[in-house]
Design a protein around this ligand. Structure first.
Ligand SMILES: [Zn+2]
Length: 426
């Protein structure tokens, strides 16, 4: 189980009580005197359990006045709020009972150490299209949809909670205005169709969580960041399930903003600049189709892989036609030697490279004319809504014409937080 394994490595507890007697013992201690417990370090220092009955094992390291670890000292465990999580006094195994926070204490005589344990039991909502749902502490937001379109924004968040330490490696800069842009895209698609795309937003700053990475780089061992990462991908998978049940197939866009000099949209299908520099005939070979994020769609669409990728009715072709230069597209079939993002973790996981009915793309928006003002964002979002309608009609066989909102689907892609921790693989 991912969550609990990772908890075990999330660091040492802090010392909270150094008894007066223990302090005096340090002062009085001469060389060769008997060792006595002076400090207790509890691991992990913070824990998070997300379903009733799940367990977290705490361990304590007893340290003597010379800083040496003492073996074989038995420790007494207690929980400040046993109704949230009870703990076995001798083994240090805590069991989740109900939502809340409890302080776990390990003690030997007057020396003790503490850790914090939170129990968070997510709700199991029936999703209503157009309505926003939030994960723990509103770090992750899901706007439920009733269209076969899923859009995520992993890098547009602002929240910097103290409970999650700053990430110490990997990229930490925010994709400016992408959270604003995804909301306007949702509104433009709704204006056009009367229905809602599924939107998944990380409201955490990228210095706290990078959902477009594997969990190790994304959350760097913090249990709250790991849980938010699980929610982000769990919501996308709930959306994919809803799309598959209702439409049989759909399309996913992972929305980003790039800082490259050339002002053009970069569409990443998991093909490198070198791949894209190949001729149409070469690119049509299974080798390239199979490792693209539109693998499934390419096998179904009569238009063929290269037309989907950079033909006149590809996303790039249609966007370029509306004044948004794009690569790949008929005019710019490959990025040349310029910097280019070909797609990341989300595109690999939630597109159709490895199968599945939802194909996808990483859309890296340039700044000028796309993200730089409310007017730009509105214009781009309206163009994207129109482009998606044409693309769906031409290649996916779904008409995104105006329709009355669909009935609520209580069974749609319900995201059970407790299950996600168990079932969301990597
Ligand atoms: Zn990004």
């Amino acid at each position: 189980m991912i969550l609990r394994d990772s908890l075990a490595s999330s660091g040492q507890g802090r010392v909270v009580a150094l008894g007066v007697a223990a302090a005096l013992a340090v002062l009085a201690c001469g060389d060769g005197g008997p060792a006595s417990p002076t400090r207790l370090d509890v691991s992990p220092s913070v824990g998070l359990l997300t379903s009733v009955g799940t367990m977290q094992k705490f361990t304590a390291q007893v340290v003597d006045e010379r800083g040496a670890s003492m073996a074989g000292v038995s420790v007494a465990w207690s929980s400040s709020n046993p109704s949230v999580a009870a703990i076995d006094a001798s083994t240090g195994v805590a069991t989740a009972q109900q939502t809340g926070v409890t302080t776990i204490t390990a003690a030997v005589g007057t020396v003790s150490g503490e850790a914090l344990l939170e129990v968070y039991l997510p709700l199991e909502p029936s999703y209503i299209p157009g309505q926003a749902y939030f994960g723990r502490r509103q770090y992750i937001e899901y706007v439920a949809g009733d269209l076969p379109i899923i859009v995520s924004a992993p890098h547009g968040g602002y929240e910097e909670p103290l409970e999650i330490p700053d990430r110490t490696w990997g990229t930490t800069s925010r994709d400016r205005q992408t959270q604003e842009l995804i909301r306007v895209i949702g509104a433009a698609i709704h204006d056009r169709t009367g229905r809602h795309p599924h939107l998944v937003v990380s409201r955490l700053h990228r210095s706290k969580l990078d959902p477009n990475r594997d969990i190790d780089e994304a959350a760097q061992g913090n249990p709250f960041a790991e849980w938010a990462w699980n929610e982000f991908h769990g919501f996308i998978e709930a959306a994919e399930q809803a799309v598959e049940e209702e439409y049989g197939k759909g399309f996913y866009i992972d929305l980003h903003g790039h800082g490259h000099d050339i002002q053009r949209l970069e569409l990443g299908y998991l093909l490198s600049a070198t791949d894209l520099a190949r001729s149409d005939a070469e690119l049509a070979q299974p080798e390239y189709v199979d490792r693209s994020s539109i693998h499934t769609l390419a096998g179904e669409a009569a238009s063929g892989f290269v037309a989907l990728l950079r033909g006149p009715t590809s996303l790039g072709g249609l966007l370029a036609e509306r004044g948004f230069p794009s690569v790949p597209s008929p005019a710019q079939p490959d990025p040349g030697w310029q910097p280019y993002f070909s797609g990341g973790y989300n595109t690999r996981r939630h597109g159709s490279r490895d199968g599945g009915a939802v194909s996808g793309v990483q859309l890296e928006a340039n700044w000028q004319g796309v993200r730089d003002s409310a007017g730009s964002r509105d214009t781009f979002a309206a163009a994207l809504a129109e482009v998606l309608a044409i693309f769906f009609s031409a290649h996916i066989g779904v008409e995104l014409t105006y329709a009355a909102p669909m009935a609520t689907h209580s069974e749609w892609g319900r995201f059970h937080g407790t299950e996600s921790a168990l079932h969301i693989g990597r």
